[in-house]
Structures are given as structure tokens and as C-alpha cells.
Design a protein around this ligand. Structure first.
Ligand SMILES: NC(=O)c1ccc[n+]([C@@H]2O[C@H](COP(=O)([O-])OP(=O)(O)OC[C@H]3O[C@@H](n4cnc5c(N)ncnc54)[C@H](O)[C@@H]3O)[C@@H](O)[C@H]2O)c1
Length: 321
């Protein structure tokens, strides 16, 4: 079986993690890369032994590339996704998938028209422990679900944070698709946000969201770029689900290495592995076997709708989703 040939648009921090993952895949290889930053592109070309293309269009239109990974900033996703799908490529698209609900719906429409898979890179749910957590919830092993807690607490310098939108789009997006995957669609929400450590950036660096779930469970979503949690029970990235018959935790802090990768100063293997598990699922299950992603473009549209609702109603009491 010949290998699927993957092309990366964007060779920045998240591309580092994707490159390590793609390298481990049996049925796929990194065949091409492109980046607006020419210095970075030629460095990556040597490091990764992948052909460098002068721009995104050249990579997308190359008949030596079968699959496009969109790893550029969110502002570029929509145009690149539509171009790639129209060129007949399957697409993995980093989160947030696009800037608006309408853009996500249009990407979905083009994917359907072209009969191609567009896979939202909702990587946090592809870890086997998260899949197990969903199974326990669905089988009723935890009883009636009472509460769920999602935290992401990792300091981002102002320079690093300037690559991204505020934490509502950048991190709540992860918490929201994870909530959808584990517990379903919330019925109501409220959100507040603050800016603690940026001197010039005009966006929130910390936010808390409260969700009311069908059946009465409550979920608390917390995202912070303002500080780290190095206490004895760190909430760096934690998912906790509690029910009347039991509960389960999933934490990135179970294992930690002292080396920098991607955007992180320390390496959390349980974070890095997510990129492998999602690519493996995308290639082996979605492309080779025709299965749907565990979190679809429709889910991405629901998440984006909630993000937009949160931004428009900051500090207000519970509003219907
Ligand atoms: N899933 C995750 O865990 C995770 C983690 C980090 C970032 N991300 C997402 O990945 C995306 C990229 O983030 P990053 O941290 O790699 O950012 P980055 O700034 O480190 O890298 C982005 C790269 O894209 C290049 N670029 C910008 N516009 C381009 C264009 N039009 N065409 C080609 N290249 C272009 C830049 O030169 C840069 O090298 C964002 O959507 C971000 O939200 C996801």
C-alpha cells in the first residue's frame, strides 16, 4: 500500500508536534511544506527532509500531495481549506477551524460537494483515556453525571499569546468540543473574562465559563494564559467528571519531561501523544475506512456559535445556547 502524502501549510509551533506524529504513522508521510516565513521554511525543509513549496496554492495544487494539514493562524484557515477541498484534497484543519460559524458551514458544504473529508484538529478528545471516559459515561458506570471540570492553566508570554486570539477562542474551543464529545450540547451558558498580564495586547488572558447540561449537570470551564499551576496537585490541563456512582480524572501532569516543544516550555507526553492519536484516526479510520471524525465540522460550528455567544454576552447571567 503506497503512503498518503501529507503537505503542511504552516511550519510553526503546532507543526512541530504534527511532524513528530506524522513521522510515526505507518500509512502516511510528510511530503511537502510551505510557510510565509521563508527563513523558517528552508530550516524546516532541511530538518524534516520535506519538499518546500513557494506558497500555499502551489502545495495545494501539487499532484505529489494527497492530504493538506492547515497549520497556519486561524485568519488563513477558511480560504486555504476551501482551496484545498476544491483541489480534491482531504484536509485536517487546526482549531479554531475558522473565524465564524458561516465560514465553518461553507467549508462543510464544499467538503460535501467534493466528497472529501475535512477533519477538525480537535486533538484533545483522541486520547484513549478520553475515549474511555466517554465510554464510562455512556455505560452509566459513573451514575448520573453531576458535574464536569475542564481546566487549562499554562502561562503564555505576551509575545507567544500575540500569535493567537484570546483564551475564549484559543482554549475554550478545546473545552467546548470536549464537553460536546463527553456530555452533549449544553442548554445554557455564562462566561466572564479578564486581562491580567498583557501590557499591550487587547484580548482576554483568562476566562471562566459555566454550562448547564441536559439533565441538570453543571460544567465549569477555566482557561488561563496568565499563570502556571505548579502546586502539588496541578490543574495544568485537567478533565474531571463526577457522577452519583463515581468519577474520573484525566490530567496532562501524570508525566512530565523537562524539554521544550511547540508552545510549551515543558513536555507533557499526554499532550504530545494527542497529535499522533488524532492523525492516526484521521488517516486510518476516516480516510482509509470512511468513518466520521469523533468531533465533526458540525460540532465545530456549534462550538464556534458558543464562542461567539460568550464573547457577545460577557458577564451576563445564564443565556440559552
Ligand atoms: N491543537 C492544539 O493543541 C494547538 C496548539 C497550538 C496551536 N494550535 C493552532 O494551530 C494553528 C497555528 O498555531 P501555531 O502555534 O503553530 O502558530 P505559529 O505562529 O507558531 O505558526 C504559524 C505558522 O504559519 C505561518 N503562516 C502564517 N500565515 C500563513 C499563510 N497564509 N500561509 C502559509 N503559512 C502561514 C507563519 O509564518 C508561522 O510559521 C492555530 O490555528 C492555533 O490555534 C493548535
Amino acid at each position: 500500500m503506497s503512503k498518503h502524502r501529507i503537505g503542511f501549510i504552516g511550519t510553526g509551533a503546532v507543526a512541530e508536534l504534527h511532524q513528530l506524529s506524522v513521522d510515526k504513522l505507518e500509512h502516511a508521510e510528510l511530503a511537502g511544506i510551505t510557510d510565509l516565513n521563508q527563513e523558517r521554511l528552508s530550516r524546516r525543509e532541511k530538518e524534516w527532509q520535506a519538499k518546500a513549496y513557494p506558497d500555499a496554492r502551489a502545495l495545494i495544487e501539487s499532484d505529489e500531495i494527497d492530504i493538506i494539514y492547515i497549520l497556519s493562524p486561524v485568519e488563513a484557515h477558511y480560504e486555504q481549506a476551501v482551496q484545498a477541498l476544491k483541489a480534491g484534497k482531504h484536509v485536517l484543519i487546526e482549531k479554531p477551524v475558522a473565524m465564524t460559524v458561516e465560514q465553518i458551514r461553507e467549508i462543510g458544504r464544499v467538503a460535501q460537494e467534493m466528497n472529501r473529508i475535512c477533519f477538525p484538529a480537535h486533538n484533545y478528545i483522541y486520547h484513549p483515556e478520553m475515549i474511555k471516559m466517554k465510554r464510562y459515561i455512556e455505560e452509566g458506570a459513573l451514575g448520573q453525571i453531576c458535574s464536569a471540570w475542564f481546566t487549562f492553566i499554562i502561562h503564555h508570554s505576551e509575545e507567544l499569546a500575540s500569535h493567537y486570539p484570546g483564551v475564549i477562542r484559543q482554549i475554550m474551543t478545546h473545552h467546548l468540543y470536549t464537553t460536546l464529545y463527553l456530555l452533549g450540547k449544553p442548554e445554557a451558558m455564562s462566561c466572564s473574562a479578564t486581562k491580567l498580564h498583557y501590557q499591550t495586547l487587547e484580548r482576554e488572558d483568562q476566562s471562566v465559563m459555566l454550562l448547564e447540561m441536559p439533565g441538570g449537570a453543571q460544567a465549569v470551564l477555566f482557561s488561563s494564559f496568565a499563570c502556571d499551576d505548579d502546586t502539588s496537585s496541578p490543574w495544568t490541563y485537567l478533565v474531571k467528571v463526577l457522577g452519583t456512582q463515581g468519577g474520573m480524572n484525566y490530567s496532562w501532569r501524570d508525566v512530565l519531561y523537562n524539554r521544550a516543544i511547540g508552545t510549551l516550555g515543558k513536555a507533557y507526553p499526554k499532550y504530545e501523544e494527542l497529535f499522533f492519536y488524532e492523525s492516526e484516526y484521521f488517516i486510518n479510520e476516516c480516510i482509509d475506512k470512511g468513518k466520521a471524525p469523533l468531533s465533526t465540522l458540525q460540532d465545530a460550528a456549534v462550538v464556534q456559535h458558543m464562542v461567539e455567544l460568550a464573547e457577545a454576552n460577557l458577564g451576563k447571567h445564564m443565556i440559552s445556547c
